[in-house]
Design a protein around this ligand. Structure first.
Ligand code: IPM
Ligand code: MN
Length: 351
């Protein structure tokens, strides 16, 4: 097959990890007879510097005319430490999610047998963990009205959800649960928040359409606790935007390194594939960032095209690298480690 893939490297370690995902994807394309046309485009702080905004129209046009978007990371400390900044790199990511209609963020958490000892959690607790968060991505407090009043002394961020927004996300959750162990957990704060009560009511009403799926409803604070106590007890979890943001960072600890977990943002014809980690500015340009989350995001991209063998080839080679210790310093425990690009080269060669 022939693909056009928009390539948004972004900020910090973004360009370095993206380079490795490109190498590995090209190796997969060569092996399986595909042809990938990469279309680089600007985003984040890099785009602000070049054209004054983090998701320029030109980038949007490139994304829209592609089959998928492969994304690195966004964010720069220059903006984090300046609360008065009017334009921020993160706005680019939010704008892109909204503009491309990517309302469902699929964030799996799984363990690698060779890394069970690397997690700060006890091996017997995390062994066999294989769960997926479906995080709502284009609504809630991220996109509600926000601002200041009383001469700046009061700030507000509104959290708003419509029934239709909940339904479309929950539908994906039920469908995903049907392909897995048929267990779905709706994460909310229905004891306090009205939006959560709408979530719960909406999901409850959908239960009859999926009689085989066993649905549980849990409060987000309790999930935050049980997630690290008994991660094995979860399978598919659906939740709103901010809860999902927080819980998926927490869940990444289970796998041993945040540098390992990929994600897919879906909702329209064009999917966006990106690591769940941020731009890690302290590591930028040092060739030390772990590229595996981005490489595994490329695996999700192939799988989303229905190319499961291709995805599997990437997953297999990542496992092989982990088993053989071809890892960056975050996974090396002070032992032998490799640079970002050396890990990428090894992965591509071993495809
Ligand atoms: C993520 C990130 C983003 C988010 C930031 C960079 C806007 O943390 O993808 O989880 O909060 O959604
Ligand atoms: Mn996040």
């Amino acid at each position: 097959m022939k693909f056009n893939i928009a390539l948004l490297a972004g900020d910090g370690i973004g360009p370095e990890v993206i380079d490795q995902a490109v190498k590995v994807s090209d190796a997969v394309a060569k092996k399986f007879g595909h042809d990938i046309n990469w279309k680089p485009a600007l985003t984040g702080a890099a785009a602000i510097d070049a054209v004054g905004e983090p998701y320029p129209d030109e980038t949007h046009e490139i994304c829209k005319s592609s089959d998928a978007v492969l994304f690195g990371a966004i964010g720069h400390p220059r903006f984090d430490n300046d609360p008065s900044a009017k334009v921020r790199p993160e706005q680019g990511l939010l704008k892109m999610r909204k503009a491309l209609g990517l309302f469902a963020n699929v964030r799996p958490t799984f363990t690698f047998p060779s890394l069970l000892e690397k997690s700060p959690l006890k091996k017997e607790r995390i062994e066999g963990t294989d769960l997926v968060f479906l995080r709502e991505l284009t609504g809630g407090i991220y996109f509600g009205e926000k601002g200041r009043r009383e001469e700046g002394e009061t700030a507000y961020d509104n959290c708003v959800y419509t029934r239709a927004e909940v339904q479309r996300l929950a539908k994906k959750g039920f469908e995903l649960a049907m392909t897995r162990s048929k267990k779905l957990c709706c994460v909310d704060k229905a004891n306090v928040l009205e939006t959560s009560r709408l979530w719960r009511e909406t999901v409850q009403a959908m239960e009859k359409d999926y009689p085989e799926v066993e649905v549980s409803y849990e409060f987000v604070d309790a999930v935050a606790m049980r997630l690290v106590q008994w991660p094995n007890s979860y399978d598919v979890l659906i939740t709103e935007n901010l809860f999902g943001d927080i819980l998926t960072d927490e869940a990444s600890v289970i796998s041993g390194s945040m540098g390992l977990m990929p994600s897919a943002s879906l909702g329209s014809d064009i999917g966006l594939f990106e690591p769940i980690h941020g731009s890690y500015p302290q590591a930028a340009g040092k060739n030390i960032a772990n590229p595996m989350a981005t490489v595994l995001s490329a695996a999700m991209m192939f799988e989303n095209f229905g190319l499961h063998e291709e995805g599997k080839a990437i997953r297999t080679v990542v496992n092989k690298a982990l088993n053989e210790g071809i890892v960056t310093e975050d996974l090396a425990d002070g032992g032998v480690s490799y640079g970002t690009s050396e890990v990428g080269d090894w992965l591509a060669e071993n495809i």
